[in-house]
Design a protein around this ligand. Structure first.
Ligand SMILES: [Mg+2]
Length: 381
């Protein structure tokens, strides 16, 4: 078998898909994207495709090695995401070739369903309450929300209280049987995180996510010891090497994104590394259907998997939704907040190719907002 064509498609709201075709007619799909940087990733995919064209798609590991290490200058989110999407497509082809889902090729299932959480929007406590109630009614057993808006580097008491009130409201509405994750989103300085974590502990969040920006890995041991809350991070880390220091610092939950961190191949290795520290995998995935499908394949076969992020109904999804790009929504039908394992081949979904081609004609130019503090200076989003 030979790879004969590699095409990319920009798909609203902010995604990109890659289609890898072979001379046998088998086609694989992947989702290579960095939110807000889709065009550079597209260019990176085109450069990598020069290497892949004419080659055997079954040599996934060898292609992964060449794509990540074959250039003298390596790494970074753009290249790593381009590799990630292509890796997903190659696994999709391999699964379809053998007529089995990818998780069977990775060692077989270790679970029959994958627990997922939903995002809630709403920055006002009253809105949080309604949004939480809606997710409970939809059957979810866990939600995630931002812990704060823009936060000044040394927070006022009001800013601290606002964060605590969100957590208090979440616990009150969810009760003791359900979970919530609180995402600091890199908005919280190391000093503020040190102050907030012990105060949040009484509300027992499932985890606090990105307690600080990845720029401050040296603050992680202190933050791990600041409270009993499990810390989670990893959506802005791209290789197993980058996850080692957080694990050594005591971070409990790794959140690599299968469309950023080298695809199915590297996510499996990050999970295995986490296992040696007793840490759990909770993949980041505010993206589209191919990314979620690939994540689920890893979740079905990974012992130390905790919970899956997914984007249905997320506040970023305007103009288009995850289900717009698949023929049959069944693999994404939630039951009690979980997705059931299926034996469909490859990534387990059928991409709606006409819908994807039509979406690319429209394209998108999604960029994340630029926030400012009250004095006009730059604020982390
Ligand atoms: Mg996050």
């Amino acid at each position: 078998m030979q790879i004969t064509r590699v095409e990319t498609f920009l798909a609203p709201p902010r995604w990109m898909f890659v289609r890898v075709e072979t001379d046998t007619g088998l086609v694989g799909w992947g989702e290579p994207v960095v939110e807000g940087r889709a065009e550079p990733v597209r260019a990176a995919v085109e450069v990598l495709a020069e290497y892949l064209l004419g080659r055997d798609p079954s040599r996934i590991e060898d292609h992964w090695q060449v794509m990540t290490k074959g250039g003298f200058y390596r790494g970074g989110p753009v290249l790593s995401s381009a590799v990630a999407g292509l890796d997903q497509a190659l696994w999709d082809i391999k699964g379809k070739e053998y007529g089995v889902p990818v998780h069977q090729l990775l060692g077989g299932p270790v679970r029959e369903r994958v627990r997922a959480y939903s995002w809630i929007g709403g920055d006002e406590p009253a809105e949080i309450r309604d949004a939480l109630t809606a997710q409970i009614e939809a059957g979810f057993t866990a939600v995630k929300m931002n812990g704060c808006g823009p936060m000044t580097p040394v927070a006022t008491r009001a800013e601290i209280r606002d964060c605590l009130r969100r957590a208090e409201t979440a616990r009150e509405v969810l009760g003791d049987e359900r979970d919530f994750g609180l995402d600091f989103h890199g908005r919280v300085s190391p000093a503020n995180a040190r102050r907030l974590l012990p105060l949040l502990a009484e509300h027992a969040p499932m985890f606090v996510e990105e307690p600080v920006l990845p720029d401050y890995p040296h603050s992680l041991p202190d933050l791990v010891n600041a409270s009993n809350i499990p810390l989670a991070l990893g959506e802005r880390l791209f290789t197993r090497q980058e996850f080692l220091a957080p694990l050594q610092a005591g971070v409990a939950i790794l959140q690599p994104d299968i469309s950023h961190a080298g695809g199915i191949s590297e996510l499996r290795r990050i999970a295995a590394l986490a296992e040696t520290y007793g840490a759990q995998l909770a993949p980041h995935c505010p993206l589209g259907p191919i990314s979620l499908a690939a994540s689920l394949q890893v979740a079905f076969t990974t012992p130390n998997f905790l919970i899956q992020e997914q984007s249905i109904g997320i506040h970023y999804n305007q103009d288009a939704e995850l289900l717009d790009y698949v023929i049959d929504p069944a693999p994404f039908r939630f039951q009690g907040g979980s997705l059931a394992r299926t034996d469909r081949p490859g990534l387990g979904i059928t991409v709606d190719e006409p819908a994807v081609r039509a979406a690319d004609k429209k394209g998108h130019t999604w960029r994340n907002p630029v926030w400012r503090h009250a004095d006009g200076s730059f604020a982390e989003w």
